[in-house]
Design a protein around this ligand. Sequence first.
Ligand SMILES: [Zn+2]
Length: 425
Amino acid sequence: MAVMSDVLHRSPYEVHPDWPAFQDKLAEEAVTVGCTNTREIRARLTDAGVWPRHVRSVADLGAIPVLEKDDLPELQAAHPPFGGMLSYRAGTLKRIYRSPGPINDPQGDREDFWRVAPAASAAGFRAGDVVLNSFSYHLTPGGLMLDAGFRKLGCTVIPGGVGNTAAQIEVACAAGATGYAGTPQFLLTLLERAVEMERRLPFRRALVTGAPLPPSLRARLQYEFRVDVYQSYGTADAGTLGYECEVKDGWHVAPEVVIELLVPGDDRPAGDGETGQVVVTSPNEVYPLVRFGTGDLSAWNREPCSCGRTSHRLAGFLGRVGEGVKVKGMFVHPRELAAALQGDPVVARYQAVVTEGAGGEDVFTVRVEAAPGCEMGDEVLVALEARIREAVKVRPVVEVVGAGEVGEGAGEVVDGRGGDGQTLT
Ligand SMILES: [Zn+2]
């Protein structure tokens, strides 16, 4: 159960008694703001024959085509610098960034523009904490994004940036930094390097984002280095989209955004347990978004959370849209396959191949190389098959191949059917 001090740090939004109704209101507001302020959203609704006043709920958004993040570079090149998506002139912004893509990202004037504070607060950060922020402060928004959230909470930030590992360790030790923000991998690098330097980093908690956190890495950080790690999820365009609470079972949808999960290919809402693209709608005053497709995949966890927050949760990062291959009507993603096979002591390498059977049906073959000295007996194969089927929801044919036979593309899902547009790119 949540302790009282944590309850006091929640916004009314986070414990809103009717969260779905609150999402409906946000959707309506975003469409109104977006149509009034931006050419891009106005044009998209007009093309689709949708009147803003007809959008009263998240379900009503379904009539509006999704704007894919992959289309932003072209849109921004045609209408620089922000593709007609900005509410005001670029000269009124606080800062302008450039992310890989390339995509230009705006920062409006308000405090904690990307809404990082609720994520940092859910991770247990409080006023008076000293936090080492190891995201880049140059060109891309990551560094200042996290910085703004911690500053809003009243934390002191060390702007570590990228690299300079030894200097970051020295200053974090000298300042008694109890917190870390950055990628989980760089946190491990810092902790290991500190041991080599015979220093002890005083980190007690971390807010990690920007890269996956495999359970094995979380366990190491937690048990070997005693750092309590919380994930947050967001993008440069849309700010914070979700974050973990102390239960650490999925990401609560962040304040001020509507999230839909849409099944790639036909854009229908994903059912429970089904993988869908994270599509964002936000009434941001500077950069409103209506059905913005992030390209990230997740799934819903709609179970009530024991932390008391009422928002639904995203079941973590399940890959990118373009990586999926449709097999027997289901999209199979490399990440799901990895969840079933990576770390298995019997499996050295693997690759999935989808082919067409004699009757035109999809055949899903997973080719595995046994680890040196391991036997792939019938029992092992049956167990592997069951695990893969459980992870990807498609029955595989498990084929044992010789050492080195899984060449290029280990870990991938390869579409071996004759170029019929089955991949999702
Ligand atoms: Zn929770």
